[in-house]
Design a protein around this ligand. Structure first.
Ligand SMILES: NC(=O)c1ccc[n+]([C@@H]2O[C@H](COP(=O)([O-])OP(=O)(O)OC[C@H]3O[C@@H](n4cnc5c(N)ncnc54)[C@H](OP(=O)(O)O)[C@@H]3O)[C@@H](O)[C@H]2O)c1
Length: 438
């Protein structure tokens, strides 16, 4: 099976972490995806920096050179800020690539637009790493939302702020001193404003609002305060009262209005966020069915963030089962073949049929020859529905979308949904086909 070809946009803390994790977890990735993951290109800003990567990987400052590489399956976006990341992601989605991004600023501003674009091109935009780093938060929320209604979220989403507050309280240190230490340890960036003014937590909260409520509140109405004005005295007084100060991002829907805020809040020992200390993130999710749950863990850092991004890769691959060119939902398989790409045509049969039976069936092939489609490979694949035979065929047809529906035991069908030349009448081969289906 062909490898999964990926490019990395950015090779900083996150990009390098993704690269190294792909290398260090090569075997696990093969087990999870069924094939090799191959980094074929990297985009950076500074061509002069020495890079710790294999010499075969193309390193460039020109995104056009990566866009020109054929057959890129997945793009990891780990550069900073809205532009040019926004334009780059659009170009790669339009090229037909899946995109995995860690860029919360971009996703808070343009997440909906990019998700729609991804949907339009039948690609996946995944961004687990953008909120709470290594904690599998977004997929947990998606899973919960299938049944539960999420009534409230309260979260520590910025590890740098939490580190500063924890350190100030424990060591009776001043804000400015702890900030310098956090920068030296690499927790806070050289320009730490996004962290200490609450902006980073705000962006993440807006992404969560999109996910939970399918919309964001008016940004002007969201109260946003950081930890920059917290004094040591505040923490000492709080401690005497059995309270800890945390930068809490909260999200709640009252009637039709979404109420969101980011601000330092004192929590008592009985609050689930009380023991979320240091650089950890913590998210308290309250739902109408499961009640309250707490997710806690590393919200940033090279490896934790890379972990979330690689989980996204596995998720994308597993969505497509055996081939990244098609996407499966619970009751059908979709396949989109675009432009000059090989056209894969899917045939459904009962699982009782073996590959020998299939190879002996020429009626499918001959029927399709009229449409300049020829059989290049046969492979038996099985869906969770228990039925599927994938026939790989190559043709000149463009933009042909075919999908397969769950079948009854004794039927066999091709389903073209849109495209050129092929119509349902042309290629439906139900009961007339000379296949034995038991
Ligand atoms: N660090 C974390 O723990 C963490 C966690 C979750 C999410 N994130 C998000 O992940 C993204 C990357 O963060 P990071 O910490 O890895 O940043 P970083 O260490 O500053 O790395 C940024 C990388 O992007 C490249 N780059 C920046 N602007 C570029 C441009 N215009 N064109 C091409 N390449 C460009 C840089 O190139 P050079 O190497 O040439 O400078 C560098 O390799 C950000 O959106 C951040 O918010 C970070």
């Amino acid at each position: 099976m062909k490898s999964i070809k990926v490019v990395l946009l950015g090779l900083g803390t996150v990009g390098q972490g993704v690269y190294e994790s792909i290398e260090s977890h090569r075997e696990k990735l093969i087990q999870a995806t069924g094939t090799e993951v191959e980094v074929v290109g990297v985009l950076v800003k500074n061509a002069m920096k020495t890079r710790d990567i294999h010499s075969a990987v193309k390193v460039t400052t020109e995104v056009s050179e990566l866009l020109a590489i054929e057959e890129i399956d997945i793009v990891f976006e780990a550069i900073v800020g809205i532009e040019p990341a926004h334009s780059y992601i659009k170009s790669f989605l339009e090229k037909g690539c899946h995109v995995i991004s860690a860029n919360k600023e971009l996703l808070a501003h343009k997440g909906k637009e990019l998700s729609s674009l991804a949907k339009k091109h039948d690609r996946i935009l995944a961004f687990e790493a953008a909120v709470a780093g290594g904690i599998p938060l977004l997929r947990t929320i998606i899973q919960l939302l299938q049944i539960n209604g999420i009534t409230k979220l309260e979260a520590i989403l910025n590890g740098t702020s939490n580190y500063i507050l924890t350190k100030m309280r424990k060591e009776k240190a001043d804000f400015d001193d702890v900030l310098i230490e956090a920068q030296a340890l690499g927790y806070a960036e050289a320009n730490p404003n996004n962290d200490i003014l609450g902006t980073d937590a705000f962006y993440k909260l807006m992404i969560l609002s999109d996910l939970v409520h399918q919309q964001q509140p008016d940004w002007e109405l969201v109260e946003k305060q950081g930890v920059n004005r917290v004094s040591l005295q505040d923490l000492i007084v709080g401690e005497k009262l059995g309270l800890r100060l945390k930068l809490v991002a909260s999200l709640q829907k009252s009637h039709t209005e979404i109420v969101a805020e980011v601000k330092p809040v004192f929590v008592s020992a009985s609050h689930p966020l009380y023991n979320v200390e240091g650089v950890d993130n913590g998210i308290v999710i309250t739902t109408d069915l499961v009640g309250t749950i707490l997710l806690q863990g590393p919200g940033a850092g090279s490896k934790a963030t890379a972990s979330a991004m690689i989980e996204d890769l596995v998720y994308i691959k597993q969505q497509g089962n055996q081939d990244l060119d098609f996407k499966r939902s619970s009751n059908h398989v979709e396949l989109l073949a675009e432009g000059e790409q090989p056209l894969s045509l899917w045939v459904a049969v009962s699982e009782a049929l073996n590959s020998e039976d299939l190879k002996n069936n020429y009626s499918i092939t001959s029927k399709l020859e009229d449409y300049n489609v020829k059989l290049i490979q046969r492979e038996l694949l099985k869906t969770e529905d228990g039925y599927i035979v994938g026939d790989f065929l190559q043709g000149k047809e463009e933009n042909v979308l075919l999908f397969l529906q769950q079948l009854k035991q004794d039927t066999l069908r091709f389903y073209p949904v849109s495209g050129t030349g092929l119509t349902l009448e042309n290629i439906t081969v139900e009961s007339p086909v000379k296949l034995t289906i038991k």
